[in-house]
Design a protein around this ligand. Structure first.
Ligand code: F6R
Length: 244
């Protein structure tokens, strides 16, 4: 069940996302499911501002990130572990042991199992998502089964091209696969917010909301989730029949 909010620009979208996040933060010690990439950065800035101005504490909060590139050392400048520390964790008072980011090195199969096992001990109260221009959520690419749990996924050419901007514009530097929470793992979250801005997300957003539920658009599985808020700017909403 989707609630769709369309705002004028990225800043407004981020503020709206933060309002939802703040309500969850106010409930006590929630478990947060977090994403990387450009979409949630504005939300994380709001969380940092709120921590600094209002003293909102993350001492008792657990976080689980969606994914990590395979083959990058943890401290690589573009690993998702680094991304999360630079964009959020280093600026709030979360204890390092409360942070969970999948491991993209070593025995990948074993890491995936261990991550899913840890995740299953908890209920994610709010899951933050972006969406790929090919309809992926986390790194569950088109064709990924709806019942998937944490696994390694080969990245599509489209995703590697989209993410080359973080790797000096060079697709060859973008890892070929990632460890990712599965679609079934994501669906267990109590509440989901999905942030999408920019025209290159418009088709994926339309397919997610108005298309058939199909593995061709992994995000369409969210049609079955009871509590998903989709936060869009106007270009990302531009292909929705609803807004025409
Ligand atoms: C990142 C993730 C991906 C991104 C998606 C959109 O943890 O899970 O699904 O959310 O690729 O990326 P941006 O926000 O950079 O457009």
């Amino acid at each position: 069940m989707f609630k769709i909010l369309v705002r004028d620009n990225y800043d407004e979208v981020s503020k709206e996302a933060f309002k939802i996040m703040k309500k969850v933060l106010n409930t006590g010690s929630p478990v947060l499911g977090l994403a990387t990439g450009s979409s949630p950065v504005g939300l994380y800035k709001e969380m940092i501002r709120d921590h600094q101005e209002n003293g909102t504490s993350y001492q008792d909060i657990l976080t689980f990130n969606l994914d990590e590139y395979v083959g990058l050392p943890r401290d690589h400048r573009e690993s998702y572990w680094t991304f999360m520390h630079v964009n959020l964790f280093d600026h709030i008072d979360i204890p390092e042991e409360n942070i969970h980011v999948p491991l993209g090195n070593g025995d990948i199969k074993k890491n995936c199992k261990a991550y899913e096992k840890e995740l299953k001990k908890h209920t994610v109260d709010i899951q933050v998502l972006g969406i790929g221009s090919d309809g992926h959520i986390a790194f569950n690419e088109p064709g990924c089964p709806f019942d998937s749990e944490t696994h390694e996924m080969e990245l599509t050419e489209q995703t590697r091209t989209d993410n080359a901007r973080f790797f000096d514009g060079d697709i060859n530097q973008v890892p070929k696969s990632a460890v990712t929470m599965g679609l079934a793992s994501i669906m267990r979250a109590k509440k989901i917010i999905l942030i999408a801005t920019g025209e290159n997300k418009a088709q994926a957003v339309k397919d997610m909301i108005e298309g058939p539920k199909s593995v061709d658009c992994p995000a369409s599985i969210l049609q079955d989730h009871p509590d998903v808020t989709v936060l869009l700017d106007k270009p990302a909403a531009s292909k929705l029949t609803l807004f025409k």
